[in-house]
Every structure is written in structure tokens, then in C-alpha cells.
Write a protein that binds this ligand. Structure first.
Ligand code: NGQ
Ligand code: ZN
Length: 454
């Protein structure tokens, strides 16, 4: 439904503007963004409106195990021991559960300020390793959850053919992920009819471990040119070592050498980069997909944010394994990780933007929008009407100059300051609650009861 709203302060591409009217059409696209206008009688009015954030990396099913792997095992725990536990969960999820978990997750993400997600989806097959009668069954379930909750989505069917470098055969517990490039292209084809202003479809070779460089080249070459391509890269030191042993090159080096890396690419994690790789990724205009809370949870290491910013690198944030559903926590950790690592302060900033919160929100909107391949991330004509109304009555925000709003929201306190959320103009969160919260939560709890009972 078309609509409009008046904001005393709205965060536009150039920063805060005053007395802004936002208008959108039936399709959910902004048709006018006009600053310095007079409020009209009976017009809907708000204090602070900001663009919704893009969550550029998600494995929705992992929401069901968040918090369940924080128990020390017999030997030293690591990313790899966590992965074994994650595979156990992955083997049990039914398509119905997939949808219930994704809907709960997306409703939570919306409530915290994400309005788009890039879903790195690899649970394609049934638990016995056979495809479902409908090959796109699980991908369609995730898209249905996005549509149900109002979340904008970029569905990325994942190419997963091998267990490790050198085309090692898949492990038995990876059987649900098994795909080749032809199958991924078939999935993309099948999902074509789901595409609209809310739904885009790209692809994701899982990693250089799980897909060969030839496969990746073939897949990307066969994909329509404007579609996003995401890949996990250099998340763990062990992966870097294995890549060196296999190819003589580090993962990012190998990727840059064998693929045409440009702005359609999102390099997820990109944690372990040497200086040359960092400069090359920045120059490629690809987006680095940083998932701070998951990277912290899994003990990955630090992304070299200051050098990447200095090289004009593009980046965004993702909640990945969903130990957090809040962009605020993601950004706070992103900055605090750097402060702890470097024993300094106010790291994420640039000459033109000294305010860390503003710099991070803006940079991640741009990087996230590019990674999503959708018209999102800014309040401007022709873009999706995806925005957040912040709670101006909260003591942290009441009477606050707009210039302090993002820093205060991101760095002070823990209350959720997102009051209302609109995606494509549609009201999906009102007074802090998702409009379908009760039914979404009931289905999720039902699903969790079943999952926990086994
Ligand atoms: C994933 N997650 O695909 O869910 C991965 C683990 C892997 C993260 N990298 C599996 N955080 O990398 O092999
Ligand atoms: Zn991931």
C-alpha cells in the first residue's frame, strides 16, 4: 500500500536531514524524499527515521542451536568441533522446521533493525541425502519465511561438492549439502519465479574447500551478470594453512588469481588476509562480509578494519550463526574488537566522517546493499521504503540532537530502540513487536520442542 511519513530527522545518503517527507508507492518503492518541508495537518510524524540495515550473511537454521554449543568438550574446542555439532543439527531439520526457524529469526532480526538478509543456503537435500521431490523445497521454505515476516531476501543457493581442498569426497554428515554447478543453476532457474522487489536470487560457492576453482568459474559464468556471488573465505588459520599446502597460495590470493573478483562478489569473513590480499580485495570493489559476533563465538581472529578502511575497502555485517540478531551488537563488537586489538579508540572513521556510529551504519548500508544486489540501503527515490522509526521517548534519545543518535544507539545501553519497522512500506514491527509475533513464535516453539525431544 502506498503511504507517506514525516520525519523531523531522517538519515539520508548525505547524513541527517530535517523535516523530511518520505512517500512510497503501492510497490513499496520510495517515490519522493523531500527535506525541509512543512508538516501537514494529520500527517504521520516521527522524530528519528533511519534506513534498515542489511544482514549480508545468514544460515537461518543455525538459529535453532544458538547458545547450545557453549559447553567445553573433552579436548580443546574450536571452530571445527563446533562445526561437527552444527552438522548434527543440520541433519535433523525438516522443511517445515526450516521455515518456522527462519520466520522466528527474521522476525527477531526485523525487531532489531535488519530489513534485508542474504541467506547462504546449503541444506538442499533431505536428511537421507536424496533431493526432495521439489529440488527447491528448502530454499522456497526460507523465502516463504522471509515473505511471511516481511524481510527482504537475497537467496543464495550454495554450491557444496567437496569436504576439503583437492576435491576430497564429502563426509557422510555433509550429505544434505551435496550439489554440483548444474544443480545450483537448476535451483536458480527454479527460483526465478520467486524474484521480485523483495526477493533476489544469486549463488554462493561455499568456500574454496567445498568447491573447486573450475566449478566456481563455470557457475559464475553461467549466472546472469548482475546477480550477487558470495563465498566464505579465510575464516580460520587452519583453512589458510590447508590452502597453502594444497596450492602454494593463501585462500584470498588463490581466489583473486582464479576468479574475476569484482563488485558482484561478497567475501564472507575474509579474516586472515596479508597486506597484499587486503589491498587487492579493497581494490576489487568486492564487499568484505564481517560477522563479528559469530567470528568471536567461533574464535576466528580479527579482520584488519583500519587498513581496509584506509584502502577504501567496502564492507558490511552479517549475523551468520545468529548468536546475535542485532546489528547494534554486531557493530559494537566490530569497533570494540579493534579497540581491544590495537589499544586505541574510535577506529572506524574517516576524514569525512569522524562519528564512529554514523560511519559504521553508513558504510554497512552501502556494503550490505551491494552484497544483496537489491535497491536497498538508502532513503532515496527509487529505493525500497525500508526504514526504522527509533523510540524517541526512550531516555537515551529523548531531546537528543540527531547528530548524536547513531552513536548513542550503537554505543550506549542495551534496550532495543527500534520501535517501528517498515519494509517496502509495509509495517512489520509496531511498538517493538513483530505484527505476527504470536503465531511465528508459537510455530517456532513447537518446532523447538520437537528438536529438543530427540
Ligand atoms: C557454515 N560457518 O557454512 O555454516 C560455516 C561453517 C564451514 C561459518 N564459517 C562450515 N561461520 O565453514 O565449513
Ligand atoms: Zn557462513
Amino acid at each position: 500500500m502506498s503511504g507517506r511519513i514525516f520525519a523531523r530527522h531522517a538519515y539520508l545518503p548525505d547524513g541527517w536531514a530535517q523535516n523530511v517527507r518520505l512517500s512510497w508507492n503501492d510497490a513499496g518503492d520510495l517515490t519522493a524524499v523531500s527535506p525541509d518541508v512543512q508538516v501537514e495537518p494529520h500527517e504521520m510524524q516521527e522524530d528519528y527515521i533511519v534506513p534498515g540495515m542489511i544482514n549480508l550473511h545468514s544460515h537461518a537454521f543455525q538459529r535453532a542451536m544458538a547458545g547450545m554449543t557453549e559447553i567445553a568438550g573433552e579436548g580443546p574446542d574450536s571452530f571445527w568441533t563446533w562445526r561437527d555439532l552444527m552438522y548434527r543439527t543440520a541433519l535433523r531439520i525438516t522443511p517445515e522446521q526450516m521455515q518456522a526457524i527462519a520466520a522466528q529469526l527474521y522476525a527477531e532480526c526485523l525487531r532489531h533493525g535488519y530489513t534485508s538478509v542474504c541467506e547462504f543456503h546449503y541444506l538442499h537435500r533431505a536428511p537421507d541425502g536424496a533431493f526432495y521431490a521439489n529440488m527447491a523445497e528448502t530454499a522456497e521454505r526460507v523465502i516463504a519465511a522471509a515473505n511471511e515476516t516481511g524481510m527482504g531476501i537475497t537467496m543464495l543457493p550454495v554450491l557444496y561438492s567437496y569436504a576439503d581442498f583437492g576435491e576430497t569426497a564429502l563426509r557422510d554428515d555433509q550429505r544434505r549439502f551435496s550439489t554440483n554447478p548444474e544443480q545450483i543453476l537448476q535451483l536458480v532457474q527454479q527460483l526465478e519465479s520467486a524474484r521480485n522487489a523483495q526477493v533476489e536470487v544469486g549463488v554462493a560457492p561455499h568456500s574454496l574447500r567445498a568447491a573447486s576453482t573450475t566449478q566456481i568459474r563455470d557457475l559464475v559464468a553461467a549466472l546472469p551478470a548482475d546477480r550477487p556471488v558470495h563465498i566464505h573465505i579465510a575464516e580460520q588459520q587452519k583453512e589458510v594453512d590447508a590452502c597453502l599446502a594444497y596450492s602454494g597460495q593463501r585462500p584470498v590470493q588463490l581466489l583473486l588469481d582464479t576468479q574475476n573478483i569484482d563488485q558482484r562478489w561478497c567475501l564472507v569473513h575474509a579474516t586472515h588476509l596479508d597486506k597484499a590480499e587486503l589491498a587487492a580485495v579493497a581494490a576489487s570493489r568486492a564487499v568484505a562480509g564481517i560477522c563479528t559476533t559469530t567470528e568471536g563465538n567461533l574464535g576466528d581472529g580479527f579482520f584488519d578494519l583500519p587498513d581496509f578502511i584506509a584502502a577504501n575497502g567496502r564492507f558490511g555485517i552479517g549475523s551468520d550463526s545468529h548468536v546475535s540478531q542485532s546489528p547494534i551488537e554486531e557493530l559494537r563488537w566490530l569497533e570494540y574488537g579493534q579497540r581491544l586489538r590495537l589499544q586505541g579508540r574510535n577506529i572506524a572513521s574517516q576524514l569525512g566522517q569522524r562519528r564512529v556510529g554514523d560511519y559504521l551504519w553508513q558504510a554497512c548500508l552501502q556494503g550490505g546493499a551491494q552484497a544483496a544486489g537489491r535497491r536497498v540501503g538508502q532513503l532515496a527515490c527509487g529505493m525500497r521504503a525500508d526504514f526504522l522509526v527509533l523510540d524517541h521517548l526512550h531516555p537515551n534519545l529523548q531531546g537528543l540532537p540527531a547528530t548524536e543518535v547513531l552513536n548513542t544507539w550503537i554505543f550506549a545501553g542495551n534496550d532495543n530502540l527500534v520501535r517501528d519497522v517498515r519494509v517496502g512500506g509495509r509495517l512489520v514491527v509496531e511498538h517493538g513487536r513483530h505484527v505476527q509475533q504470536a503465531s511465528i513464535q508459537a510455530a517456532y516453539l513447537d518446532c523447538m520442542r520437537t528438536l529438543r525431544s530427540v
